[in-house]
Design a protein around this ligand. Sequence first.
Ligand code: MCN
Length: 797
Amino acid sequence: MSTRYFGQRVERNIDPKLLRGEGAYVDDIPLTNALHAAFLRSPVARGKIKRIDVSAARAYPGVAAVYTYADIGPLDRPMPLLIPHPSMKSPKTQRPLARGEVFYVGQTIAMVVAVDRYVAEDAAALIELEIEPFAVEMDMAKAIADGAPLVHADVANNIAAEFVQTSGDPDGAFARAEHVTRITVQVDRSTAAPMECRAVAARWDEISGELTVWDGTQAPISVRGGLASIFALDEDKVRVIAPDVGGGFGQKVLLFYPDELLVPMAAMQLGRPVKYIEDRRENFLGSSQERTQIHTIELAAMKTGEVIGLRDSFLHDTGAFIPYGIAVAQVASTSIAGPYRIPNIWVEFKAVYTPTVQVTPYRGCGRPQACFALERAMDQLAEDLGIDRFEIRRRNFIGEKEFPYERAGLLFADGLKVTLDSGQYAKALSLAAAQLDMADFAGEQEKLRADGKYLGLGLACYVEGTGLGPYEGGHIRVHPITGKVYVNTGLSTQGQGHDTVFAQIVADQLGVSPQDVIVVEGDTKAFDWGVATFASRAAVVSGNAIHKTAITVRGKILQAAANMLEADIDDIELRDSAAWVKNSNRHVSLAAIATASNPLRYAFNEAAQAATQFAPASKHDGPPLAEGQAPGIEATDYYSPSQSTWAYGVHAAIVEVDPALCTVKIRKYVCIHDCGNMINPTIVEGQVMGGIAQGIGGALYERLDYMPDGTLSNASLMDFLVPYATEIPPVSVLHLETPSPLNPLGVKGVGEAGCIAVGAVVASGVEDALKSLGDIKLRHVPLTPRMLSDALESVGY
Ligand code: MCN
């Protein structure tokens, strides 16, 4: 029987290996005779390097080399600006090693390479460094004022970019409005905190002239291109392997971190493998972060609750450098109207340099901030107009028949329109309400209040543009001899389960079991062209590329089988790893078909013997394919989406607040989401759950606390509070599947979805819980006990 695997809960095939501890991360790669790198990092945020003396470090026994900017030749230049944009005045990117000045605590100043990490760190500690500190302003709102200390001397008011987008006639809408709600909200700085910190190892083979780099990156092909160009090597001579990677969440797709360039450089110069494994403190100090935005948002509404206009002006903290241009802020600005039919929009932002590590996309990429601003404003509008929170959202949703819905004038990224493709927003809201069991909730809220416990209901909706281009590809090959199917892609995986879902797609087309499909990712030798894993794009872009390729391979199999079995091509079906003549027992295995492409080549094998029994029925003497078809049961193809697909969801929660202790417990969390057709619901649920857990961190616990002098006070997992499993409540995840009309599989992305709405839901719930105590407004996450205490104090509690 042929089975359809698309949409099935096929078990993730990589898990047994990882759970048994058999994963191979960069640090597990055995490298004989390897040297180890350690970095000297800046202890101050801004300052001038007055003196650096590495002589003691160089003389330290066991040290192979010490590098400062002066020792790295052509690498001493600013890293690439990945996404240029005309709104940027003087875009700054970081140099691998600081030259002359430092811009944040943790910036790399020197690299020591030694026989082991201990020696490398001890030697780094011997480097004499004198920095004249400059004044800093850590508060983004104050940093744009005249006279504030500058992060970059030539960037006035620290404003890295200013950008305005308009849709419709916002001024007209605000003039017409019967009510305007205006609030200011803030989301604070956080970090991805992956289980595995970043890691790079490199080996240079002088004889073949080949550089091999193991890199815990989300973008191996792009890293290879960068390394080849900076070291003036042919791309074929550079192999980048992203082995098992313990989470990335956007942090591992910077291009480049200093070590990604310097470790290969050292390996080439020293003629020995070199390894660098970032430790947790370095991850807090030197790896990208995201989130701080301050929005002032206004909704122009009619008394019916209809929102006719939106204005949003926000500050976006971009850190000391801006390698991703305005991408994060632009995504926030184009997500600002959420799932609502708001025809008139004005959204403006300023990206602000601060003396902190650079900001690049972290799971959600600007959307959690936009969602927080919009949904907090929707709650306020509901209160202002005396309309139920569910009802006001229902009245403003884009209706099912209104798709495709274009927000004319807004650009998601350069040249990329904001056109929402499909959805059932109202249905998602109704499902959320049903899941919460509102009648029951009201009763319990009343009952617990008598015991001094305060229950509240939180609600938020989001949309997410997913599946960003420009392209991804796939190569599929049915292996002669074994008949196993190999799928190579240009992506890498950090835990998303690509190998399982891509196997499902291929298995459906080729009539094999997903267990017989071996997906190879994260190795530039396996596939040549590709972009990276980010922007929730693998299902949409790679999934469709692989689907397209599998259809071509299927066609070749059918053609060859028809020839081999002397049957009509329409009479062939594929199942159980073989091609069958329908309603008969006549069949030939995929192994034999692939082998028959060139039986002589595999002459010592049984499948080859079997294959020779089938005389090529085609008129030519070649493999049993059609004349002109390439040999081998294999193909390569690409998919390039025309625009993003828009996933969405409604999240709601019942929270319990203890005002005496200022603690918040999430009692129940409900997530209704829609990522189009699901390839694998179990994987989708894992993604959503992981996102929600990360969102809870951002809602209640995780904040990077920069001190007024620019040092990070909580650069450790003892102080930066990542939630434990015990903080994650029971979550019911319900799926809607509205296919995207934009791609053959009808899929949308889901990798970031879970985290987007959580901050807004929690703040909404806590505010609701405390309503009876006074006019408490919660406009800032993470919502710490301190903030709650202040809020309660402000109403005299
Ligand atoms: N999927 C599916 N059906 C759909 C959509 C997706 O079965 N309709 C599956 C996909 O096939 C894939 C997974 O769900 O196996 C996530 O798919 P997708 O939304 O396409 O996201 P990507 O695979 O491109 O992963 C990137 C995304 C991002 S941007 C971040 S950040 C993130 C995330 O994935 N980082 C993660 N999830 C993560 N999960 C883990 N474990 N680790 C990370 O670092």
